[in-house]
Design a protein around this ligand. Structure first.
Ligand code: CU
Length: 362
């Protein structure tokens, strides 16, 4: 099988042949059909996050067909269509029991199988997989509880976006912030996740949805997704403009880039009683400084991790919404590329000319 491998930061990924061991107990093998290229993958390439487990097969957003299962697997069978979940959930810890599987206290975010070993290797050397999935590969083996079986009438090269971009954006709005109907929402950053914050705000019946970015292409996309107002932050100071549109500040502001300064800007854009939500992946060790007196006025600054997702409920729900025409997926995909063009896909993302690129296989 072939995979896109990160050997070190600041170097292009290398697409090469690896060995893939068969699934062990409670594991399954999946043939990839589509894998979305996300900024979080690129974080390991640009050094925003320093990879500690190398070599690393990147990719955490994907969908495919189950090809083999190991002993004890009951949730999927060969032939099933699945979407990968970044959240392995034990189902028994306090957070899983409370319906917060993204915060599972047993598994957390591991770059191996639950037993600490890997199924990718080359010449006997273990190759790790991003969040235990590694979707930039034509086949992968994962813990079976990372697989969510879904309806089989949705093209998998579209369904793949549900696992990261869509659920992270929509979930941050509906699960974490619990945006109420009639409120005003501002989104800082209109990449794959930011565009889905807009979709979430529409589902929540927000009155105003203001999109902020510095790239005109992304603001056009934001309008296409349903933003009511857009602000090009390279031309206009967003703060005063947001205050003007909302009559004094937004009820909710989402930071979806991963810049500490933008979290502060999001916090400053909300009115007394408002909530700012940090969705972007910040560099580790980042400190954020906000004005204590602003916080005092019933403002809140909260984090949202992977949209506080409940993948086994949310993924089928979001696909149903798509098939019923109530959320958009096609508009999020700017182009398809084969796995070999992963570095070009990163380049497009960095140049702001794509919303999402989906890698296709076979
Ligand atoms: Cu992602």
């Amino acid at each position: 099988m072939r995979a896109a491998v990160c050997y070190e930061s600041h170097m292009p990924l290398k697409v090469e042949e690896l060995e893939l061991s068969p699934p062990k107990a409670n594991e399954a093998e999946v043939q990839l059909v589509g894998a979305g290229v996300c900024h979080s993958d690129y974080h390991f390439v640009d050094g925003h996050i320093t990879p500690t487990t190398l070599p690393l097969v990147l990719g955490h957003e994907g969908a495919g067909v189950v090809t083999k299962i190991g002993p004890g697997v009951e949730n999927v069978s060969p032939g099933d269509h699945i979407i990968f979940s970044m959240d392995a959930m034990c189902g028994y810890c306090r957070n899983c029991t409370l319906g917060r599987p993204t915060l599972c206290e047993t598994y957390g975010r591991v770059f191996t199988m639950p037993d600490g070993t890997t199924r990718f290797s080359k010449d006997g050397r273990p190759y790790y997989s991003m969040v235990g999935i590694g979707t930039f590969a034509d086949r992968t083996v994962v813990a079976a509880d990372r697989l969510v079986k879904v309806r089989d009438d949705v093209p998998l090269e579209k369904a793949c976006l549900i696992g990261c971009a869509v659920i992270t954006g929509v979930g941050s709005v509906v699960h974490r912030a619990k945006v109420e109907a009639g409120t005003t929402v501002v989104v800082f950053g209109c990449g794959g996740v930011g565009l889905n914050v807009i979709q979430g705000a529409i589902l929540a019946s927000a009155a105003k949805i203001i999109a902020v970015d510095t790239v005109e292409f992304k603001l056009e996309k934001a309008r296409e997704m349903g933003a009511t107002d857009v602000i090009n932050a390279s031309l206009v100071e967003p703060g005063p403009r947001i205050a003007e549109i909302t009559g004094g500040g937004a009820d909710y502001a989402f930071e979806v880039v991963g810049w500490p300064d933008l979290v502060v800007q999001a916090f400053k854009s909300i009115r007394p009683g408002g909530t700012a939500v940090m969705v972007g992946v910040q560099p580790p060790e980042t400190k954020i400084t906000i004005d204590a007196w602003d916080l005092f006025q019933d403002r809140a600054l909260i984090g949202a991790f992977h949209g506080s997702a409940m993948p086994r409920v949310d993924f089928p729900w979001l696909l149903d919404l798509y098939m019923d025409g109530r959320i958009k997926l096609d508009e999020l995909i700017t182009r398809y590329r084969p796995l070999d063009e992963i570095n070009e896909a990163f380049e497009d993302m960095n140049n702001g000319v794509t919303a999402r690129t989906v890698l296709t296989f076979g």
